[in-house]
Design a protein around this ligand. Sequence first.
Ligand SMILES: [Zn+2]
Length: 389
Amino acid sequence: MAETFVCLYCNYTHPIEQSTLEHAIPQSLGGAHAPDRFKLRNVCKKCNNDLGAFVDASFVKSWFVTNGLATAAHNLYDGANEVPLPLSCIGPIEVLGLAVPEDYIAEAWVGPSGEITLWLRSTDDRLYWYTGGNPRHRTKPSTVYWFPTSDDPERIRIGMQSVFATFKNRKNTRKVIGAACHGFPGNGYPPGFDAPDETDAANIVAIRAQMKGFRGRLSLNAHFDKRFICKLALGVGYGLFGDAFASTENAIELRKGCWPKNQAQIEVRGVSMSDSNDPLLERFVTYPGAVVLAATSIEDGYALMTTIDEGKPFIVWLAPASLSSSAVHASEGYALLLFPSIRKCVETTFARLIGHRSGEWQDNALSVIDARLARAKKFWSELAPMPML
Ligand SMILES: [Zn+2]
């Protein structure tokens, strides 16, 4: 008989050739550098693709998470990072007199030194809350206008790295600089920038005139969270507790929660931490610069808590106390801190994380992160001050 596996997400049996590498923790949250236990093989190709585009991306590309990750990266940036800083998203904006093609919008982003980046891109009403729009529209033509705020070479270098990294996978995206700068070889503009055409020139004038008043229109989708948290808890629970977890009642409920048709009837036990009255959780299950996943014992089992750079808290019931795991310490729990912007993670216990944050004892790996945070703070404070826009 041919070898088969049961997919963690859809629960169907597939031939082994359909097995793919699934990051239980999405790569943009640091999953590529997470411990191997969170790199799953029992996920079919279809679930991997579909849930990646419509559940992971829905969460990661939401306004709060996009900006939480940008702040986290900023907090750890010491000038020598391999990974350029992500841009923060203001949101879609209206600019009087701007020539925007039909079915396109102007989406405003901000760079590390306050550089305004205005992106004229195609829009997709079905995915209105995705910053950057539908990730499957990568090859559609678009135009980026970039406005530096400072002539300090270091700030320009950091800002340009960010804007090029953001659009590096979009081959049909023109990048036009909104400041007067000539004298470069080729088209007269810095390498990587396109020469403006007549429409660009008029657009740049319109944008510059209104730049100080840009306010984003926040597009939020209240339902995306639940699907993502279900999928994350299912994958993380499996990574921590293995096969025994996949058949627990809670895993079955979490699996249902991954699919849109079940949204009305699922009963996942969990609360947003901002609704809880527990100051301990709010204060300690967070870390500057980090995506934190922590599992700890609650009355009848384990709960999973997640935060991003000291915000976006979530807590969901994970597994019954009858399960055991070599990764989850029976009394101290489990904590994983992911630092996607520096491609690192720290695996420790929940008790050690709290101990370190409260100053009771020092966790060596977290002390290395603390030193990095201090270096980053110093780096930003020593850069040339930004002129007012
Ligand atoms: Zn599947």
